[in-house]
Design a protein around this ligand. Sequence first.
Ligand code: ADP
Length: 277
Amino acid sequence: MDTTDEIGQLAARFNDMAARLARTMADLDAEKQHVENLLTAKQELVANVSHELQTPLASIRGHVESLLTVTRVGGVSDAELRADEQEYLEIIQDEIDTLSSLIDDLFELSRLEARELELALAPLSLAEVINKMVRGLQKLAWEQHKVSLNAQVPNDLPLVLADGQRLGQILTNLFHNALHFTPEGGVVMITAQVSSDCVEVSVRDTGVGILPEDLPHIFEWFYRVDKSRSRAHDGGGLGLAIVKQLVEMQGGTISVGSIAGEGSEFRFTLCQVDTSD
Ligand code: ADP
């Protein structure tokens, strides 16, 4: 075979490979588009369904409240309820609250994932925000859970770029979980420290902890470690998925570490305000 033939064959093989590569790229593009369409459809479905569920639920809530009010006012004797009827209505009322907060969470999460919620980012002092929240919750933590809630956040930390309301939501979720899963006499501690160009916040508890096999799934939608345990605290398994979305939307990351039986630690970062110019 002379050199011209060899070059011709090489060129033909090269062209063939290039054509196959182009087909594979086009297939991948189509696949990516298909997955994106499915995700958008899922987000729209969840947002619509959760929105539509709120109206009938509000109506049920209104009727149950009317029945309970008649009893409490107690004026009309034939409208008075028996004790067991009153108890059933109160159970229905509690279940409505649980369902309603689950629907609120679903709606919020679908809007966060679709990036439909705007953030109001501004320079914030973490010491100010955290100390204020902790002061507000310390009494409740002790009276309702017999758990002491403490903060160690230096006043001279650099300012972070965050949305104050969303930061409050992140902290509230992490505090409530920590308090719910920490037995009496335990401690929940929040600290913050500089970590390269971010500030890292840690919420640590001395609670029941999370098993290693559950840790990788803890931020997934509807993931609850122990369904019966979570039922008692009315969780729908969406709180941490919302927290993760909120942290990431503000440019941060979140992680968890735990030793079962000893406690858990949730760490998230927020970006420092850029003061370079
Ligand atoms: P939920 O609303 O059910 O609490 P989350 O998404 O907030 O849902 O939490 C998911 C699961 O992670 C919870 O059901 C609980 O089992 C576990 N979990 C979260 N925080 C803690 C914690 N501090 N200690 C132990 N388990 C936790």
